[in-house]
Design a protein around this ligand. Sequence first.
Ligand code: GDP
Ligand code: ZN
Length: 357
Amino acid sequence: MNNLHLYGWSSFSPKISSSKNSYDHNQIGRVTSVKGHHYHIITSEGEQRAELLGRLVVAYEKEDQPKVGDWVQFMKVDESSVFITEVLPRKNLLFRKTAGKEHATQVLATNLDYAVVVQGLDQDFNLNRLERYLVQIIGCGITPAVVLTKCDLISDKQYYLDEIKRLQRGAEVFFCSSQTGEGILELEMNLFKPGSTSVLVGSSGVGKSSLVNALLKEAARAIDSISTSTNKGKHTTTTRDMLMLANGAMLIDTPGMREFGLGVNENTDLGQQFPVIETYAQNCKFSDCSHTNEEGCAVLAAYASGELDAVIYDNYIKLMKEQQRFQTKAYERKQEQRQFGKMVRDVQKIKKRLKGK
Ligand code: GDP
Ligand code: ZN
C-alpha cells in the first residue's frame, strides 16, 4: 500500500485539492523530524533525508519553514540529495509563545487532528495549567484531548473528571498507566485512530516517553502475534519526532516544556476562547467590558453570586492579561520595525537630497 496514504495523505489531500497547484504524488512527503536544517521525510518510497532548498531558507519566515507534520513537495537530485521545494498549505498548526522571549512564537507541529495535553496523576495534575494548554490549543483551531497518566497512583478518577468538567471545555479525558498497561488499548481504539495525527504536549516528567513506549510495545505485541518473529517485546527506538503506531495512527512527541506560553495573534477573537465567560458577557452594560471593575458587568455579577465558577473567572483574568501582554509586545515589535523602516527611508531621502546638491 502507498506509504503516503498510510501517513494520512488521504485525509489531508482533499483539503488542498482546491488550491491551484496539482501535486505529483511521487514528489510528496511528510516531515517526520527536523534537526536544524536536516529533515526526515516519509515518501511513497520510504524514508528520505532531505534539506530545504537554499533559496527557501531565505524566502521563508522561520514559522513557514518545514515543521514536523508538514506535507512537502520535494525534488530528488540523486540518492543522497533530496531537496524540499515547497511546504504545502497547512490544515492547522499548534504553536506556543517561545519561552523567555515576549513576542516570538514556536511552531510545535502541523496538520493535526488532535492536540493531546498529558498530565501525570502524581504531583503534576494542575487545573490552571490544563486550561492554559486548552486555551492555546483551541485558539489554534485544533481539537484538544486530555490524557491523565500514572492512573495506578490514584483511586478516585471521578474527582479528576469533575475538576476538568469545571472548565467546561468539552475535551475528552482518558486515563492510563504505562506501568500497569491500563487504558493503553483504549487510547489506541478511541483517540489514536488509524490515519489520524496527534501531538502530545506536557511538562517534562508527566510520563510522555513512557506512554509512547507503552503504545509502541502494544504495537510490537500486535505485530508479533501475526508474524513468527521471536523478538518478543522488542520495539524500535527512534529519533523521529513523528511515529506511527501499529494501527496506523501518527503520534508527534514534543520535548517536555517548562512553560507553555499563550500567544494567539491579534485577529483571534478572545471571547471565543472563553465560551463560559462569553455567555455572561453578552449581558454586560458595555460592549468593551473588561469584566474587572465596570458597572453593570454581568460576568462580575455571576461571579459574585457564585453562579460563575471562581476558578474559571480567576483563570480567565490571568490568561487574558498574559495574552494581552503578548499582543502588546507583538504590536510594539511591529511598530519598532516600522519605525526602523521609516528611519532607513528618511536617511536614504537625506542622502539623495545631499547628492542632488
Ligand atoms: P516524560 O518526561 O514526560 O517523558 O516522563 P517519563 O516517561 O520519563 O516519566 C517520568 C517519571 O514518571 C519516570 O520516573 C517514570 O517511571 C514515571 N512514570 C511514567 N509513567 C508512569 C505510570 O504510568 N505510573 C507510574 N507510577 N509512574 C510512571
Ligand atoms: Zn463585563
